[in-house]
Design a protein around this ligand. Structure first.
Ligand code: ATP
Length: 417
């Protein structure tokens, strides 16, 4: 089996100043392509640590990906250190230099002399063009395989991996045999319930090589269906069909599509609109929706009505309802959702009112109590949830529940019509 290793360089990683997101992102991208990483190392920017890590990986792996340290500053030494280790001289690539000069000229910035170091290429290396920055990536052969250097900034590394590294791997290191992997996204069922429902039904495919993985995260469970045989595609397709049939509407999509994106897509496909009235989530649901490109076609308004007065003023919630039931109540969630719909003319009105904590709970309405309201004129209903988490997790879980309910309603509403 092809052995893949990742080396993330950066003293800031070792000091805890930044989270090593490259590790997760690259492992995920690589495994989806059939290259499962067997070792990942993080090292500071010191020469000895970088060279030791690369030397050790070269003894074991056929593919090594090194991230960071390709920039212009004195602590960016990956290129030089690896060239030295492989006994290669560096030469100045005029095309890269022209790219760097054009990059600075376009932004009307003076080109610092130190930046030109990024045009230095080890002999024999393949240049991986950087469309999002100045430092190119580099691919070098060593006796046991290929070593790829990628720049540290995620917005440079990610497109470079997708656009340059994937084609290179397909050409130079194709994965042996077949490989297929699909991750289904589910919400509304706990991890063990998901397994309980599907495991038996997938048994015969398992015997044929299907690998099933469950990943529980806040507010959702991923089901990973993977096969590494010549029949991988068929096995995974059949497993996906069975899983979707058994879990029905609990499956909201396929990785990498997230729940917010699914909601925007479903509304867009149906030409329908949404208005959101939030209290305890403070605009988080609207934030998730507006993170999706194309949201403007479906989201008419997102109101954060935190005070009672704002609920009355902007949504038409009645003072009597607030006095009789309190702001965190089914009745208020209903009036909020209906108000959002009526005042904006949206097809759907989604509302949230609850007690995030850590203060504000009562015996009748403990911390974590949330009412989610959903209006699709003339119908409007609300549901009660109990989300006892820290404030941030509370917001996320509540937003998942609200978006999932909305997703199901969109499907139901359009199935009915
Ligand atoms: P630059 O030209 O910006 O110096 P570089 O290739 O030299 O690029 P680094 O200096 O190692 O890369 O990192 C630049 C920035 O990229 C870091 O400050 C950090 O924000 C981000 N970064 C680097 N490595 C990682 C990582 N493993 N995970 C997440 N972000 C990272």
């Amino acid at each position: 089996m092809l052995r893949v290793e990742i080396i993330n360089t950066g003293t800031e990683l070792m000091m805890g100043f930044i989270l090593n997101t490259h590790q997760q992102w690259l492992c995920r991208e690589l495994s989806a392509l059939g290259y499962v990483v067997s070792r990942q190392t993080a090292v500071p920017d010191t020469a000895r640590d970088i060279q030791d890590a690369v030397r050790e990986s070269m003894e074991r792996a056929q593919l090594i990906i090194v991230t960071g340290g390709l920039g212009p500053t004195s602590d960016d030494r990956t290129r030089d250190l690896i060239a030295e280790l492989l006994g290669k001289n560096l030469w100045e690539d005029k095309r890269i230099l022209a790219h760097i000069e054009a990059f600075f000229a376009k932004r009307k910035r003076r080109l610092p002399e130190s930046t030109k170091v990024q045009a230095m290429v080890p002999e024999g290396a393949t240049v991986l063009w950087n469309d999002h920055g100045t430092a190119p990536g580099l691919a070098m052969d060593y006796s046991g395989g290929i070593l790829i250097m990628l720049p540290g900034p995620p917005r440079e590394l990610r497109p470079m991996f997708s656009e340059r590294v994937i084609p290179l791997l397909a050409q130079r290191l194709p994965t042996p045999g077949g490989f297929a992997c699909v991750t289904l996204k589910t919400t509304g069922l706990g991890e063990s319930f998901v397994e309980e429902r599907i495991a038996k039904k997938l048994e015969s495919l398992r015997d044929q090589g299907l690998e099933i993985g469950y990943c529980a995260r806040v507010g959702e469970v991923d089901v990973r269906l993977l096969a590494r045989t010549a029949e991988a595609e068929r096995i995974v397709n059949e497993a996906e069909a069975i899983t979707c049939e058994v879990l029905k509407e609990f499956v909201y999509g396929r990785d990498p599509e997230q729940l917010d994106a699914v909601v925007v897509r479903l509304l867009t496909e149906r030409g329908m609109t949404l208005a959101i009235a939030e209290s305890c989530t403070g605009g988080f649901i609207a934030n998730r929706i507006t993170n999706i490109s194309g949201a403007s076609a479906v989201l008419l308004a997102g109101l954060v009505t935190y005070s009672n007065k704002a609920k009355e003023q902007f949504l038409g919630v009645k003072a009597e309802t607030l006095a009789a039931h309190g702001a965190v109540s089914e009745a208020v969630a209903i009036e909020m959702a209906a108000g959002a719909c009526e005042r904006t003319g949206a097809d759907f009105g989604l509302s949230v009112t609850g007690i995030a904590g850590p203060t504000g709970g009562t015996p009748e309405k403990p911390i974590g109590t949330v009412y989610i309201g959903l209006a699709r004129r003339p119908n409007v209903t609300a549901k009660k949830y109990l989300n006892q988490y820290d404030r941030e997790t509370f917001k996320y879980v509540t937003s998942q529940q609200a978006l999932d309910w909305l997703r199901r309603e969109i499907l139901l509403a359009t199935d009915r019509s």
